[in-house]
Design a protein around this ligand. Structure first.
Ligand code: SF4
Length: 514
């Protein structure tokens, strides 16, 4: 009998280790022979720890199961499909999972994350084997044809970036994976690294072959110890089995990979600050040009991609660009793993093709607010994303559709708020976040965010509101146009969206006409 208990950190935080230990102990005491697999999470966090049992019909799920409920599970004969109040039926039939289009997250929650054999048994390394037989330019073309755009937030076409690096002449090139996932309410990078690390490793190896880079770095935020451990374990296994290192699968090609623990600042997720940090310097943003594609890490041509972008690559190679491109809408092709967080009944990971609306995500998947009150605002795309009101909930997830309503898809994180939220305080929070996290290199962001907090305090205290709101708009204008990077450029998104969509929280209506 095979029993699965997740090892993902969300499940661990909810007691998965204790549940797993109790299952092993109980089975032994009852003389039941079991194989306990520590899989990744299915991404349905309200059900964690989710216990699954393999049956001929597929896996059946029980959850959430705490340590003290394990004996009752055995009493109910759960391993033989016995009835239990927490039985959820076949895992794959749970609507939250069934309604998804899991292309990238297809193995997540199914396999043992650090087992190379399990990865290979689930379509692992099919993409790399194809890539090895291709010319670098053909690999780049395949990625370009797939329509993949940067999933870290910038949405820049991945194939075009790779083409620039491939065309650059240099004795050394690098692949740098940005895994400094610091946006509020986001965890898709973490789930890839913890729950399917070989997918990212394979994607980076293919990227290395495509642009002729032989060294790669994964820059992982320091708050992700389980990601770092699983990646290192998987990298070791891939090296030993010949999927990494010198002479990959006998091809004569080399790609070495190492993990770097990030420095703990939000701005280190900005690509050039990340390069500085990997080089061992303070995480300061670099001015562009030169583009990192031409002069990046240690001054050499560098592909910088986010975890989700790179881990989409094995699938694109194994199934082909057309397969991937068939999902999505407009210029937003493929799928996006969206992360549901904040005041929602069912928080978790939902992978869907572009085109799904905010409303579907919030209600069909998220189940509405946890508090049972109306959802008033959703911040999409992290702390620099706009607050979207109910009137925009039918906006489809599409980079251009979001830009048209002054919003951004970002990294696909959603944080929901009910009608008790004070949007003026949220606007202040955005300015304060920028003041704390600014790297200090440019004046509009460094000084502007601090002045912005002061102005917001006056607005909240109702001190000369019309003038202060006017000042706030001017300040936002300077930050958008004058800042060096997205930190300063985008902080006005949440501030202005709060002001424009929720003017009633800023008191003086007449002032808003300015
Ligand atoms: Fe640094 Fe802010 Fe300027 Fe970016 S916008 S370079 S974070 S000071």
């Amino acid at each position: 009998i095979t029993i699965f208990v997740p090892r993902d950190s969300t499940a661990l935080a909810l007691g998965a280790n204790e549940t797993a230990a109790a299952i092993a102990k109980e089975a032994k005491a009852r003389g039941i022979d079991i194989k306990l697999v520590r899989n990744g999470s299915r991404g349905m966090f309200w059900l964690e720890p989710l216990v699954e049992v393999a049956t001929d019909a597929g896996r059946i799920a029980f959850g959430p199961i705490e340590e003290h409920e394990v004996a009752g599970l055995f009493d109910a004969g759960f391993t033989a499909g016995g009835k239990h109040p927490k039985a959820l039926g076949l895992t794959e039939e749970i609507p939250y999972l069934k309604k998804q289009e899991r292309l990238q997250f297809v193995r997540v929650g199914i396999t043992d994350p650090v087992s190379l054999d399990d990865y290979l048994a689930h379509e692992g390394y099919v993409g790399l084997k194809k890539a090895i037989a291709m010319e670098p330019a053909a690999i780049v073309q395949e990625v370009t044809d797939s329509g993949l755009r940067g999933r870290g937030g910038a949405a820049f076409p991945t194939g075009i970036k790779w083409k620039t690096v491939l065309g650059a002449e240099a004795d050394q090139k690098y692949i740098a994976c940005n895994a400094d996932e610091g946006d509020s309410g986001t965890f898709s990078d973490r789930m890839v690294m913890e729950d399917d690390p070989f997918m990212l490793i394979e994607g980076m190896t293919i990227a290395g072959l495509a642009v002729k880079a032989t060294e790669g770095y994964i820059y992982v935020r320091s708050e992700y110890p389980h990601s770092i451990a699983n990646l290192n374990e998987a990298i070791d296994a891939a090296n030993k089995a010949g999927y990494l290192g010198e002479n990959i699968l006998g091809s004569g090609r080399t790609f070495n990979l190492q993990v770097r623990k990030a420095a703990g600042a939000y701005v280190c997720g900005e690509e050039t600050a990340m390069l500085e940090s990997i080089e061992g310097k303070r995480g300061l943003v670099r001015a562009k040009p030169p583009l990192p594609a031409l002069q990046g890490l240690f001054g050499k041509p560098t592909v910088i991609n986010n975890v989700i972008s790179l881990s989409a690559v094995p699938l694109i190679l194994s199934r082909g660009a057309t397969f991937y491109k068939d999902f999505g809408m407009g210029r937003s092709r493929g799928t996006l793993p969206m992360q549901l967080a904040g005041n929602l009944k069912y928080g978790g990971l939902v992978e869907k093709a572009f085109g799904v609306t905010l409303r579907e995500l919030l209600y069909d998947f998220g189940g509405g607010s946890e508090s049972g009150r109306p959802i008033r605002a959703v911040q999409v795309g992290g702390p620099l994303g706009a607050y979207m009101p109910e009137s925009l909930f039918d906006t489809p997830f599409d980079y251009e559709a979001f830009a048209a309503v002054a919003s951004t898809v970002g990294h696909g994180g959603l944080v929901a708020f009910d009608d008790t939220v004070d949007m003026a305080k949220q606007a202040r929070y955005a300015m304060h976040f920028c003041a704390v996290e600014s790297c200090g290199k440019c004046t509009p962001c460094r000084i502007g965010s601090t002045r912005g907090v002061e102005v917001m305090d006056k607005i909240i205290a109702d001190q000369n509101r019309p003038q202060q709101i006017h000042l706030l708009r001017d300040l936002c204008d300077v930050m958008v146009t004058g800042s060096l990077c997205a930190m300063g450029n985008m902080t006005p998104f949440p501030v202005l969206s709060a002001l424009n969509h929720f003017p009633e929280d800023f008191g003086d209506q007449k002032a808003l006409a300015n």
